[in-house]
Design a protein around this ligand. Structure first.
Ligand code: CP
Ligand code: NVA
Length: 331
C-alpha cells in the first residue's frame, strides 16, 4: 500500500505490504480522530462487520466493537472459541456467505493460512485480528503510541530505538514490520531457538536498509542497551500451550529475559530519557515483566490498549471512507 488511499477495499493480513507514507497517513488520521471523533461519526454509516474470534480477547474485541460503533457501523461478534473455522463448513463457504451480509470480516484465527483463504474467497476486505504469524492492528497501535511520544513528529519517531525482548512471536513479527518500515531502529532479543521467523527477519532487514535504520536479531541481552522503548509479550502465546511440559520448558528458557528494573535501566543507558515499557497485554506478571516495571510511570501499556481503537478506526476510515465500496450481496 503506497498511500492510505490504497487501503480502500484492501485486505489487511500483514503490514509487510505497507509503506512508511501509508502508515504515517494512518497515524495522522488516528491523531485527528482521537482529538475529535465528530467528523468521523458517519464513516461506517449502514455498514456491518463480522468479528470472528477463534481465541479469547479483551482489547481486540472491545476496541473493534466500540470503535466501529463510534464510526456509525455495526459489529457482529461470532464466538468461534468452541469451534475452529473450517470445522462446520469450509472456510471458503463461510466467507462466501458472510460477504452477502457484511462489509468486512475481522478475524482472530489460529492459522494465517485460514485468513489468506478467507481473503481469497471473500469479496469484502478481511482484517487480521491476530494469527499465529502476525498481529498487524497491534503493531499499528504500538507505533502510533511511539509517534505520540515523539510529539507526532515523523523525524523524531525515526530517531527512536525500540528493543523487543522475549519470544519471536506474532506480536514480534508485526512490530518488526512496523518499526523497520518506519525507520525506527529495532533490536530483537530472544533466547536461542525462539528467534522470529527467517522470512520475516529477511523482509525487515530489507525495510531497515531502505529506511537507513538499524535492525538486529540476537540472543545477547547486552544488546538491550541504548533504547528508548522496551517491548515484551507473553512467553507462551495462545495455541502454543502444548501441555504443562511446554509451559515449564519455556519458563526455564526465558527466565533470564524477564523485563525488570535492572533491564530497563540497562536499556536506557546513553539515551536522553529513561526507556518506556511496552506490552500488547495480556501480561503474565512476574514472568516476562515484573509488577515494578509494568506499574511504573514509564509504562505506556494502557495507552497502547487505548490506541488499538484509534489506529484501527483510522484503518477503517481509509478502507471505507468516501469512495467505492463493496456492496454486501452485490454480484
Ligand atoms: N493485545 C491484544 O490483542 O489483546 P487481546 O488478546 O485481549 O485482544
Ligand atoms: N502473542 C500473544 C499475543 C496476545 C495478544 C498471543 O498470541 O497469545
Amino acid at each position: 500500500m503506497t498511500s492510505a488511499a490504497d487501503m480502500r477495499g484492501a485486505d489487511v493480513l500483514t503490514l509487510s505490504n505497507f509503506t512508511p507514507r501509508a502508515a504515517l497517513e494512518l497515524f495522522d488520521t488516528a491523531r485527528r480522530a482521537k482529538a475529535d471523533i465528530t467528523p468521523f461519526r458517519r464513516v461506517l454509516d449502514g455498514r456491518s462487520f463480522a468479528l470472528l474470534f477463534e481465541k479469547p480477547s479483551l482489547r481486540t474485541k472491545m476496541s473493534f466493537e466500540v470503535g466501529i460503533a463510534k464510526l456509525g457501523g455495526q459489529p457482529v461478534f461470532m464466538d468461534h472459541g468452541a469451534q475452529r473455522l473450517g470445522a462446520r463448513e469450509s472456510v471458503r463457504d463461510y466467507a462466501k456467505n458472510l460477504e452477502r451480509w457484511v462489509d468486512g470480516i475481522i478475524a482472530r484465527v489460529y492459522l494465517q493460512t485460514a485468513l489468506e483463504e478467507m481473503a481469497e474467497a471473500a469479496r469484502c476486505p478481511v482484517i487480521n485480528a491476530l494469527s499465529d504469524r502476525f498481529h498487524p492492528c497491534q503493531a499499528l497501535a504500538d507505533l502510533f503510541t511511539l509517534f505520540e511520544l515523539a510529539g507526532h513528529d515523523a523525524g523524531r519517531l525515526r530517531a527512536m530505538r525500540l528493543a523487543y525482548v522475549g519470544d519471536g512471536n506474532n506480536v514480534c513479527h508485526s512490530l518488526m514490520h512496523a518499526a523497520t518500515l518506519l525507520g525506527v531502529g529495532m533490536t530483537v532479543v530472544t533466547p536461542r531457538g525462539y528467534a522470529p521467523a527467517e522470512d520475516v527477519t529477511r523482509e525487515c532487514e530489507a525495510f531497515a536498509k531502505a529506511a537507513g535504520s538499524t535492525f538486529a536479531v540476537t540472543a545477547d541481552l547486552h544488546a538491550v542497551e541504548g533504547h528508548d522503548a522496551v517491548y515484551t509479550d507473553v512467553w507462551v502465546s495462545m495455541g502454543q500451550g502444548g501441555g504443562v511440559d511446554e509451559v515449564t520448558r519455556r519458563r526455564k528458557v526465558f527466565a533470564k529475559y524477564t523485563v525488570d528494573a535492572g533491564l530497563m535501566e540497562r536499556a536506557s543507558r546513553g539515551r536522553p530519557a529513561p526507556a518506556v515499557f511496552m506490552h500488547c497485554l495480556p501480561a503474565q506478571r512476574g514472568m516476562e515483566v515484573t509488577d515494578e516495571v509494568i506499574d511504573s510511570a514509564r509504562s505506556v501499556v494502557y495507552d497502547q490498549a487505548e490506541n488499538r481503537m484509534w489506529a484501527q478506526n483510522a484503518l477503517l476510515v481509509h478502507m471505507y471512507g468516501n469512495g467505492q465500496h463493496h456492496q454486501p450481496g452485490a454480484t
